[in-house]
Design a protein around this ligand. Sequence first.
Ligand code: PMP
Length: 286
Amino acid sequence: MNDIVYLNGEFMPLENARVPVLDRGFIFGDGVYEVIPVYSRHPFRLAEHLKRLQNSLDGIRLSNPMSNSEWQALIGEIIARNDGEDQSVYFQVTRGVAKRDHAFPIGVKPTVFMMSTPLTTPAQELVEGGVHAITATDFRWLKCDVKSISLLGNCLLRQAAVEADATEAVLFRDGYLTEASASNVFIVRNGTLLAPPKNHLVLPGITYDVVLELAAANGMPVETREISEQEVKTADEIWVTSSTKEVLAVTTLDERTVGTGKPGAVFRKMHQLYQDYKRTVMRQAA
Ligand code: PMP
C-alpha cells in the first residue's frame, strides 16, 4: 500500500503527515468529514457527498475551503496515488490551528486532510447470514445531520456493540428509531419498507437515498415516517445501510430473532438491486 495522504496543499506518505496540537480538530473535535466509496477507481455518488459536505460545513458555520471542482480533482488525485481499484476516501476539514478558545478564531485557515484506505465490502457470509445488532438509547447531540468529526457518542455506542459481539447498535430516542452508530436503519413490516425521515436526528446517508430511490424505481412499497421501538422489535426485517456496509440484514436484535432468522425476501431483492445499480453506475463512469 502506498498510503499517500493529502494535508493542506501537499501529498505525502501517511507517516509524514503532522497536525499541530492546537488544531481545533484535536482540541475540540471542531470539524466535519466525508467518506466516499470508490469502485474501479470511480468515486460513487460524488456530487451527493460534496453536497452533504457543504451542508455539514454550513451546519458548523465554516466556509468551504474548496470549490466542488477542486474537491473532485483532489479526490481523483488521491485515488490515482493510492493502490487498489476499490478504495474508501476519507477527508476532513477542521476550523484550523488557533490559541485554545471555544469561540471561532478569526482569519484562520481550515485544515484539510484526505486519505484513502482499501474498500472492504461485507463478506458473502454476512450478506447471506445476516448480522447481530443490539439496541441502545441514542444519547448523541441534536445535530446528527452534521457529519461531525466529534464522534464520541458514536464511538461509545459502537464499542457497546463490539463488546456484545454485534455489528451495530440500533438507536432509539424517546421511543423512536433514529439510526445506528455508523449506519442508517430500515425495517420491513408486512411487505412495506419503512425508513425514519431525514431530520436533525439522523445522518442523511448516501446509501439511504440510494435504497429509497431503488425501492421507488422498482415499485416496492415504501413509507418514510417515524418508527416506534415496538415496530422495530417486531419487524419482519431490519437492515443497516452505509457506504461500506452497503445493505446488510440484521437477523438477531438483542436476544430476539428477527423474522425467520435469515435475511428476508425484501432484503435479498434490495441487495441484488444495489449490486446491479453499482455495476450500472460504474459501467457508465468507465
Ligand atoms: N449514520 C451514521 C451515524 C453514519 O456514521 C453513517 C456512515 N457514515 C451513516 C449513517 C450512513 O451514511 P452513508 O450511507 O453516507 O455511508
